[in-house]
Design a protein around this ligand. Structure first.
Ligand code: NAD
Ligand code: WQD
Length: 340
């Protein structure tokens, strides 16, 4: 019997790629999204990729009656909760908007799940909970401290879920701390589709490559790193999506070791901004103009995962290298120069 999963934030960047991976893995999926940061067009794209008729509900994860109706009308086995706001800078300007969306969204979802005895959850956390790490690579037991309201919402969400688990051991929760998701589905039909000027490096480079933006500004060339630019752990979004499938099947497994877990989802390699630029130039066959400017407030020098625990618990590893990341990102950008 196929298991049925509710995917909140289903038409977003990571949600849309995870939807494809879940269908490929044989799950029934009910997608939920309010389109505050994605497009309805994504649904047709996912349908084209999977050749499946999709079940999708437009709505807000804070809408209690909507969630009740979903759980009443369907036998749900688990939820993957992607729906949240994620722009660090914006969260500093609009903290209440972020606390409302990310905390009330989670609280409402968990109350509906509890009410309908659905107690298996995969939660989208973030490596941002580690703040400025004492050392790299970062392990899951590293100190947790974060500086932005967005990062606080992730830290608080984890705490809410740990308290929930402590109160009711029937809950099985996978806390997945993503590093830097990048790239796109190999079809070029879905990918990272930021609104306005991208905050993140990879979509910005992609838009320079396609001519939408004139040049990349590299935030800092004087970091204590081999080439002076910031180092991050870039993980292909399809590796990330497959990590969610592994996490879900582990939690749904009837066996004795289907306990909750907290894992880093990263490639476990540190890549600099200049290395990304050179790899992207190879992928797109054209130069990426850039200028080195002052460091960005809040940035850290180097940041990458120790992914050993994910391999141990889930037998999952990232397999796609920087060349594939840039190739897939470029195909998506070139096929959709104005996004969707
Ligand atoms: P995204 O903005 O592309 O996707 C989030 C989706 O959720 C969007 O489609 C948006 O419309 C939807 N949404 C937001 N609030 C909602 C609400 N209240 N009700 C219903 N739908 C709502 O972001 P993403 O990059 O796919 O991130 C997904 C999750 O992963 C988020 O929780 C984010 O915090 C987390 N995360 C992302 C990154 C990253 O760099 N992309 C890194 C670490 C963690
Ligand atoms: C990567 C590197 C920049 C843009 C962010 C969030 C984090 C998580 C992932 C949600 C850094 C440099 C960037 C540019 C640049 N999101 N850069 N010029 O900051 O590692 O992480 O996304 O959970 O919470 O903080 O990602 O892509 O913004 O930056 O030089 O125009 O690229 O300095 O070294 P970051 P990023």
């Amino acid at each position: 019997m196929k298991k049925t999963i509710v995917l909140t934030g289903a038409t977003g960047y990571i949600g849309s790629h995870t939807w494809c991976a879940l269908i490929e893995a044989g799950y029934n999926v009910i997608g939920l999204d309010n389109f505050c940061n994605s497009s309805v067009e994504v649904i047709g794209r996912i349908s084209a990729i999977t050749q499946e008729k999709l079940i999708f509900i437009e709505g807000d994860v804070r809408d209690k009656s909507l969630l009740d109706s979903i759980f009443l009308k369907n036998k749900i086995d688990a939820v993957i909760h992607f729906a949240a706001l994620k722009a660090v800078g914006e969260s500093v300007e609009k903290p209440l908007t972020y606390y409302d969306a990310n905390l009330n969204g989670l609280l409402n979802l968990c109350m509906a799940m509890a009410q309908h005895s659905v107690k298996t959850l995969v939660f989208s956390s973030s490596a941002t909970v580690y703040g400025d790490p004492e050392s790299v690579p970062i392990k899951e037991d590293s100190a947790l401290r974060t500086t932005s309201p967005y990062g606080q919402t992730k830290l608080m969400s984890e705490q809410i879920l740990r308290d929930l688990e402590y109160s009711d051991r029937d809950w099985k929760i996978g806390y997945l701390r993503y590093f830097n998701p990048v790239g796109a589905h190999e079809s070029g039909l879905i990918g990272e589709n930021p609104r306005g000027v991208p905050n993140n490096l990879m979509p910005y480079v992609a838009q320079v490559a396609v001519g939408k933006l004139d040049k990349l500004r590299i935030y800092g060339g004087d970091y204590p790193t081999p080439d002076g630019t910031g180092i991050r752990d870039y993980i292909h979004v399809m590796d990330l999506a497959e990590g969610h499938v592994s996490a879900l099947s582990h939690l749904l497994d009837e066996g004795p070791d289907n306990a909750s877990f907290t894992i880093n989802l990263g490639a476990g390699r540190g890549i600099s901004v200049l290395e990304v630029i050179h790899a992207y130039e190879k992928a797109c066959g054209r130069p990426i103009p850039y200028e080195i400017v002052a460091r960005r407030l809040g940035d850290v020098a180097a940041y990458y995962a120790d992914p050993a625990l994910a391999a141990e618990i889930l037998d999952w590893r990232a397999t796609r290298g920087l060349d594939i990341i840039c190739r897939d990102s470029w195909r998506w950008q070139n096929m959709n120069p104005n996004g969707i």
